[in-house]
Design a protein. Sequence first.
Length: 314
Amino acid sequence: MHLRVVVAGLLVALGCTAPGTDISPTVSAGQVTEPPATRVVLLGTGTPGAEPDRSGPATAVVIGDTSYIVDFGPGVVRQASRASQRHGLRALRPASLRTGFVTHLHSDHTAGYPDLILTPWVLGRRDALAVYGPPGTAAMTRSLLEAYREDIRIRVDGPEGLSAEHGIAHGHDVEPGVVYEDEQVTVEAFKVSHGIWEHAYGYKFTSADRTIVISGDTGSFDDFVDIARGADVLVHEAYGRVGFDRLHPSSQHYHGTFHTSTTEVGELATAADVGLVVLYHQLHFGGETPEELVREVQSAFDGRVVYGRDLDVY
């Protein structure tokens, strides 16, 4: 059963709507709905382009006072801090950032990794950061700790007296399947088709009140329908179909195998019967407006679609 009513009411209250998109609540006047306990916070929706109004890709799943960060694009910790202050989410205070998942090791998804390792530690995180991801995650973690060895030494041995007794960060290489579980959530990694990347994942979060699927960077593939079936929220990357059709064939080949078109997202959402589609990591090849990208998805999906923006909450 989807939480469409709850999602719609929350989106209206927070102003997280794409212009021209109908997400009005379907409850009658006088009815009271509580926001879901599990929320999605878009910390960054950007691409490798250095867009001044979009930080690098990073998404938080927040359950109570606990956050789970998926991908670490540039600016991830400051965006979490902004979201914490703007929306009153203690789980996104820097010192609370303890658990992360990386979809793949492209630089735009990991350039904020040293920030996520070090800044919350400097600001009071006592537990080591635990990060789960495809093969190469553990090696990247070790390399970053080595790169910042002198910084860490000065902060531990100097007047700051920070503790590294239990480590600062631990990276874990995982295979598709259930990769993390606690009393609040089960997290499943699934393999996605991202061009020539051998290991690229999306993640499915199942909590007591919601199922959330985050695509990561992916081309369209058949198995995604089964993975996303019945999800309350599907956070999916997308490129504009019209602009794509005007690209040089070589660019079409690249983007068509590494990414997913808006119409393909709509077809997936329809086949999987998801409750809400949130677009992120949006590629505007032809200068399409946000409204146009939403309409392209809606040409194949009659459910709710929003154009995600940094710091939106769903």
